[in-house]
Design a protein around this ligand. Structure first.
Ligand code: ATP
Length: 313
């Protein structure tokens, strides 16, 4: 759990983070969004004390982060950044082992952990362990960067635009992988991004920052239907609002009995945004829903989807 309490950062007369309070419960993913220069990175870096707050305090699992030396704190908090920050002259295994090594883990435990993480990130240990970062694709480097951040089994993972350098398809995969790994490890995540779609996809909660302040901290659906200010309203994108609402819901939420009259089937886990796009593309008012084995289990109708895309009364 991360508790940020009335935290302010000043550089001279310039207040770049202004009296921010946020709480991220254990196992939650909280995303910080906002315009360039609004203080997102500064706020994130105060959590692992790469930047020291001018005022306020930050607690991790109830402990004040100032109660231990900063270098020790940073070994307990994973940190992944855009561009991955891998050491170019170290192998993949050495990169991942950085913090466990500093923390004095023995060789066998480190080796086991490295292989476990490589497997978790779908990088076959035998093939990847001894490569250097330059011998990896951008997406693979990104996965090694996150694996390194998770190596010492941190309770908290900080991520600053971790997927910023990836192309859209690899990026979507990296986002899915993060959610999967987050569920498997239960790690608490605080992530900075410029990309509202990414924020909506990943965040249990989203903090919107403007000029050093958090102007709204809420779940994605609340940001869309009850933006606290015009700035939040603009940021969530008026034209995209219905589609973003649909992307938060699944076919399962509106599935009805009965069989649709033809059309490419969808699954209960398909997002309503995707189901809607499929219907428009196929020119159909309804699509069949099938389970993982391909057996028909119901239908999803355009009318039901449209109701969920509308602003709640
Ligand atoms: N070390 C520093 N000294 C002085 N000013 C700084 C320092 N670090 C950051 N700032 C200023 O603090 C403000 C917030 O910077 P920060 O990097 O936190 O913003 P951001 O929201 O992450 O921006 P971006 O999205 O562009 O990365 C900026 O105006 C920046 O110039």
């Amino acid at each position: 759990m991360i508790e940020i309490e009335n935290v302010t950062k000043r550089y001279g007369d310039n207040t770049v983070v202004d009296d921010v309070s946020l709480r991220v419960e254990k196992g939650q993913v909280a995303v910080i969004v906002g315009t360039s220069g609004s203080g997102k990175t500064t706020l994130l870096r105060m959590v692992n004390r790469l930047v020291e707050p001018s005022e306020g305090r930050i607690l991790i699992n109830g402990h004040d982060t100032r109660d231990m030396p900063a270098y020790q704190l940073r070994r307990k908090i994973g940190y992944a950044i855009q561009g991955h920050g891998l050491f170019p002259h170290r192998t993949v295994a050495e990169n991942i082992a950085t913090v466990p090594h500093l923390a004095g883990w023995d060789r066998a435990r480190i080796d086991t952990r490295v292989d476990e993480l490589l497997s978790l990130f779908q990088l076959e240990p035998r093939h990847y362990r001894d490569r250097h970062p330059v011998q990896l694709s951008g997406g693979e480097q990104q996965r090694v960067g996150v694996a390194r951040a998770l190596a010492a089994e941190p309770d908290v993972l900080l991520m600053d635009e971790p997927f910023g350098a990836l192309d859209p398809i690899i990026r979507a995969k990296a986002q899915d992988d993060l959610l999967d790994i987050q569920r498997k490890t239960g790690v608490t995540v605080l992530l900075v991004t410029h990309d509202m779609d990414e924020a909506m996809r990943l965040g249990d909660l989203i903090a919107v920052m403007a000029e050093g302040k958090v102007v709204q901290y809420a779940d994605p659906a609340t940001l869309l239907v009850k933006p606290a200010t015009d700035f939040v309203d603009n940021l969530v994108g008026t034209a995209d609002r219905p589609f973003r609402l649909l992307s938060l819901r699944k076919v399962d939420d509106v599935m009805e009995p009965g069989g649709a009259d033809g059309g490419e089937p969808v699954q209960p886990s398909t997002s309503l945004r995707e189901a809607y796009a499929n219907m428009l593309w196929q020119g159909r008012e309804a699509l069949p829903v099938v389970d993982a084995s391909g057996a028909a289990i119901g239908q999803v109708r355009l009318a039901a989807i449209s109701r969920l895309a509308a602003r709640p009364a």
